[in-house]
Design a protein around this ligand. Structure first.
Ligand code: TYM
Length: 343
C-alpha cells in the first residue's frame, strides 16, 4: 500500500498542468483543430488538463444572448466530438468560474496601457472593428493571463497567433511575483510537442484560417461535404508555374499546406511533382483536397450530430467541469487574496 501511494505521489508530481480555451464564436474549423484541439486530445492522457470555452472573451464582439448560448453549447459538443474525454480532462465554461474575473481584476492593476496597446491582436482588432474598440479588447491579454495563471498551468497548447499572449502572460505572472516578493505563479509556455506553433492558412489566398477572415475562408469540422467542395473549389490560386521548380506564390503554398495536413504523403508528393514539372491542374488538386477534407472531417461531423441531441450528457459534462475548475480556481484566489493583503 505504502509503495503504491509512493508511486502515485511520484506520478502526480510529474503531471504538468495544461490550460487552453477556444472562443465560442461558431463551429470549430481546421485551424482550431490542428493548432489547438488535436493537442488537447494528445495531452489529456498524461497531464492535468483544463480545457474551457472562453465565453467571457467572446463578449468583446457583443453576441446576443441566444447566439452566445448556442455557440457555447456548440463548442462543448465539438470538444466532446473531437475526443476530449471529460473523465480525463476538465472541460468547463469560463463564466462558470467567476474567480477568473477576479484574478483578471487584480492582474489589470499591474497591466500598463502602453504594453496592452502594443499587442498585435489589439492592433488587428482596431483595424477590423473600429466602431467597437472597447476596454475588453484592450485588456484581452490580461483575461487570458488570468485563465492560464488561475490553474498554475505550465503548458498551453495554442496556435501561432497566440504566441504573444503567452509572452504577456509570463510578464504578468512574473510581475505579480516580483511585486509581492513571492514565487507564486509559474511560467507557462505555448506548447506543440516541441514543434513550432502551427498556423493553418485559409482558402482566400492570404492569412490564417479564421472565423472572421471572410466568407468561405474556413473549413469547419461540422461542414457538409457539398459545402466543403464548394469552398475548396473557390480557393484562390494563381496562373500556374511557367518554369520547373518555380517558387510557389502564397495562395499555392497555402493549398499545399492544407493538403499536407489532410492528405496522404503520396497525394502530396504527386501534386508537388506535378507543380515542379509545370503539369499541375489546380482544379484536379482542389478536387482531391476537397475529397480528403471530407474524409478527414466525416467522423467529427457524425459525432457532432450524435452528441448534439444528448442534452443530459452535455449538462452533466458542464456540471462536472464546473466543479473541478472551481475547486482549483478557488484555491488560487484564496491564496492570491492573502498575498495581496486582503485578510
Ligand atoms: P481562438 O478562439 O481564436 O482560437 C482557438 C485556438 O485555435 C487556434 N487557431 C489556429 N491555429 C492554427 N491556425 C489557425 N488558422 C488557427 N485559428 C485559430 C488558436 O491559436 C487557439 O489556440 N484567445 C484565445 C482563446 C483563449 C485562450 C485562453 C487560449 C482565451 N483564454 C487561455 C489559451 C489559453 C482565442 O481567441 O483563440
Amino acid at each position: 500500500m505504502k509503495s503504491l501511494l509512493g508511486d502515485l505521489e511520484g506520478f502526480i508530481i510529474f503531471m504538468e498542468t495544461v490550460v487552453s480555451g477556444i472562443r465560442p464564436t461558431g463551429s470549430l474549423h481546421l485551424g482550431n483543430y490542428f493548432g489547438a484541439l488535436r493537442n488537447f486530445i494528445n495531452m489529456q492522457n498524461e497531464q492535468n488538463c483544463f480545457f474551457f470555452i472562453a465565453d467571457y472573451h467572446s463578449l468583446t464582439t457583443h453576441p446576443t444572448p441566444i447566439d452566445l448560448y448556442g455557440n457555447v453549447r456548440q463548442i462543448l459538443v465539438e470538444y466532446l466530438a473531437a475526443g476530449i474525454d471529460p473523465e480525463k480532462a476538465t472541460i468547463y465554461v469560463q463564466s462558470d468560474v467567476p474567480e477568473v474575473a477576479e484574478l483578471y481584476l487584480y492582474l489589470n492593476m499591474n497591466a500598463y496601457i502602453g504594453e496592452l496597446e502594443r499587442c498585435t491582436s489589439f492592433k488587428d482588432k482596431i483595424r477590423q472593428q473600429p466602431q467597437n474598440v472597447n476596454a475588453g479588447l484592450l485588456t484581452y491579454p490580461t483575461l487570458m493571463a488570468a485563465d492560464i495563471l488561475i490553474h498554475h498551468a505550465t503548458k498551453v497548447p495554442v496556435g501561432k497567433d497566440q504566441e504573444q499572449h503567452l509572452e504577456i502572460t509570463r510578464t504578468f505572472g512574473n510581475r505579480f511575483n516580483r511585486m509581492y516578493n513571492v514565487d507564486y505563479f509559474p511560467e507557462p509556455k505555448a506548447f506543440n510537442f516541441g514543434q513550432e506553433l502551427i498556423k493553418i492558412p485559409g482558402l482566400n489566398g492570404s492569412g490564417k484560417m479564421g472565423k472572421s477572415e471572410g466568407e468561405g475562408n474556413a473549413i469547419y469540422l461540422a461542414d457538409e461535404p457539398e459545402a466543403i467542395r464548394k469552398k475548396v473549389m473557390k480557393a484562390v490560386t494563381d496562373a500556374g508555374p511557367t518554369v520547373p521548380n518555380q517558387p510557389k506564390s502564397e495562395p499555392i503554398q497555402n493549398i499545399f499546406q492544407l493538403m499536407k495536413v489532410v492528405s496522404t504523403n503520396e497525394t502530396l508528393s504527386f501534386f508537388e511533382e506535378q507543380y515542379n514539372s509545370c503539369q499541375i491542374r489546380y482544379g484536379d488538386m482542389k478536387k482531391q483536397l476537397a475529397e480528403d477534407m471530407i474524409l478527414f472531417t466525416a467522423p467529427f461531423r457524425e459525432r457532432i450530430i450524435a452528441i448534439s441531441s444528448d442534452e443530459a450528457y452535455l449538462s452533466k459534462v458542464a456540471r462536472m467541469g464546473k466543479e473541478k475548475a472551481q475547486e482549483s480556481a478557488a484555491k488560487c484566489i484564496q491564496e492570491v487574496r492573502e498575498i495581496i493583503g486582503f485578510r
